[in-house]
Ligand binder design. Structure first.
Ligand code: NAD
Length: 473
């Protein structure tokens, strides 16, 4: 069957946080839009198997952590009882409310949503296949590839066992294993490791780099690492997994440290969280002149356009950082470019957040990046131990940091570690994008008592005058 649309038509492959905003904006501009995804509704990995379910589960771990620390505040709870089916139900309810809502939004905008797997037949036709149905071919004037990414497997791990989870199966929360080995101390490993730890698992993290979250400034990671050293059973750095084998009820794991020492231990379950790979295979891209790089990312320009004039690519499949909000921002650029506007994707800051306890968030230039690129910067940090608000919410294990261009005193980067850091970083993004100088932040009156004050406190400290903190020389 062939479906030929009246022009201008747009076919979007992948309905995640890149694809669905692109579809809805294009429809608002009056284009005829077909949005294709394997899932029953728009939402993508972010809503079905990523950001949303993981944040729902991290909320559960925060509830448990709050209950456990309540006695310090004179409130005594009984030991929390965990009812796994109810946790799963609540998480799934949030996912289906959001994804059903997006499905309804597609209908309201007259976007045709097709469930199935899409493949390019040539540079103007996409075929959508769904088991049990006849394939449907769509011709298009424009196409956007927003197929996202999938978890990377662990190289050399050649056993398949349901006890070896990736982020998708870990979020299903089938059971709480007594012991869990998390391979990879990045975003997913630490977020999901925190969830399982709060729910009662003994969690060990093995990370091949010499620290957790190797891409994040070490001073921001330090408070998190100190906390995780008390909640996780063990954190093994500069260590990699050599072999995993079936050991009856458990999985036997051989690990090798950078010094060459080999240890063998066994675990009930393993979570592999060693990064994600772009979803660019099996799309029929060889039938087009869309180019992919050696890492599988689709090559695009600042308009999110591929090597083909009418085919765009956005989100994880088009390059790092693999973050939902970067995909959404690119969606706008792609649609505006299709509309003939002169839009470019050129952000000064893409914020990133690790939703652990404490959270870590950063935007713009990091101190580590500045060092690596030989860019001279000044940094200033305000410790949360001096924040009244941090003390009243029992979370003084934080730090707010500004990365400043010395010659202009412009704020190039902001980093925060601490309770709710993810909610604070938006101000950092605005400051960087607006070209703010440190003085602009210092002179902007921040509300008291709030954690947002730590941003202006850092700015005051930059000039050497802070009523709440004296910096040791
Ligand atoms: P990641 O890149 O954050 O972390 C992977 C870690 O695994 C790295 O620290 C790496 O050094 C380590 N590693 C790699 N191979 C290893 C090995 N063989 N043994 C031990 N350690 C090994 O990747 P991730 O945690 O899988 O997350 C993937 C992406 O998903 C992230 O980069 C991010 O873009 C996105 N994500 C974002 C959020 C968020 O925004 N909060 C949450 C989850 C995922």
């Amino acid at each position: 069957m062939t479906h030929t649309a009246t022009t201008p038509s747009l076919v979007i492959i992948g309905a995640g946080p890149g694809g669905y905003p692109a579809a809805y904006l294009a429809a608002d501009y009056g284009m005829e839009v077909t949005l294709i995804d394997k899932d029953p509704n728009p939402g993508g990995v972010c809503l079905y198997r990523g950001c949303i379910p993981s944040k729902a589960l991290l909320h559960v771990s925060n509830i448990l952590n709050d209950a456990n620390s309540a006695s310090e505040w004179g409130v005594q709870f009984d030991s929390p009882k965990i009812h796994l089916p109810s946790i799963r139900k609540q998480k799934d309810k949030i996912v289906s409310r959001l994804t059903n809502g997006l499905g309804a939004m597609a209908k309201q905008r007259n976007v045709t949503f097709m469930q199935g797997t899409a493949k390019f037949l040539d540079e103007s036709t996409v075929r959508v296949s769904k088991t049990g149905d006849e394939p449907v071919d769509f011709t298009f004037d424009y196409a956007i590839i927003s197929t996202g990414s999938h978890p990377s497997p662990l190289p050399g791990l050649d056993i398949t066992d349901p006890r070896i989870m990736d982020s998708t199966s870990a979020l299903e929360l089938d059971e709480i294993p007594q012991s869990l080995l998390v391979i990879g101390g990045g975003y997913i490993g630490l977020e999901l490791g925190s969830v399982y730890s709060a729910l009662g698992s003994d969690v060990t993290v093995v990370e091949m780099a010499n620290r957790l979250l190797p891409e994040v400034d070490p001073d921001l990671v330090k408070p998190l690492q100190s906390k995780l050293e008390t909640t996780f059973t063990s954190i093994l750095l500069e260590t990699s997994v050599e072999d995993v084998s079936n050991d009856g009820d458990r999985l036997s794991v051989v690990m090798r440290s950078i010094l060459g020492e080999t240890t063998t231990d066994s675990y009930d379950k393993i979570l592999v969280a060693v990064g994600r790979k772009p979803f660019s295979a099996d799309l029929g891209l060889e039938m087009t002149n869309v180019k992919i790089d050696q890492n599988g990312f689709i090559d695009t320009n600042a308009q999110c356009k591929t090597a083909h004039n009418n085919i765009y690519a956005i989100g994880d499949v088009a390059g790092n950082p693999m973050l939902a909000h970067k995909a959404t921002a690119e969606a706008r650029i792609a649609i505006e470019s299709i509309q003939g506007m002169t839009s470019s994707f050129d952000p000064a800051a893409i914020p990133a957040i690790v939703f652990t306890d404490p959270e870590i968030a950063w935007a713009g230039l990091t101190e580590s990046q500045a060092k690596a690129k030989g860019i001279s910067v000044e940094t200033i940090s305000f410790p949360w131990i001096a924040s009244g608000r941090a003390m009243t919410v029992g979370h003084t294990d934080g730090l707010t940091k500004l990365v400043v261009e010395p010659s202009t005193q412009r704020v190039l980067g902001v980093g925060v570690v601490g309770y709710g850091a993810g909610e604070l970083i938006g101000e950092g993004v605005l400051a960087i994008e607006m070209g703010s100088r440190v003085e602009d932040i210092a002179l902007s009156i921040h509300p008291h008592p709030t954690l947002s004050e730590t941003i202006s406190e850092a700015a005051h400290l930059f000039f050497g005058h802070n009523p709440h903190y004296i910096q040791r020389k």
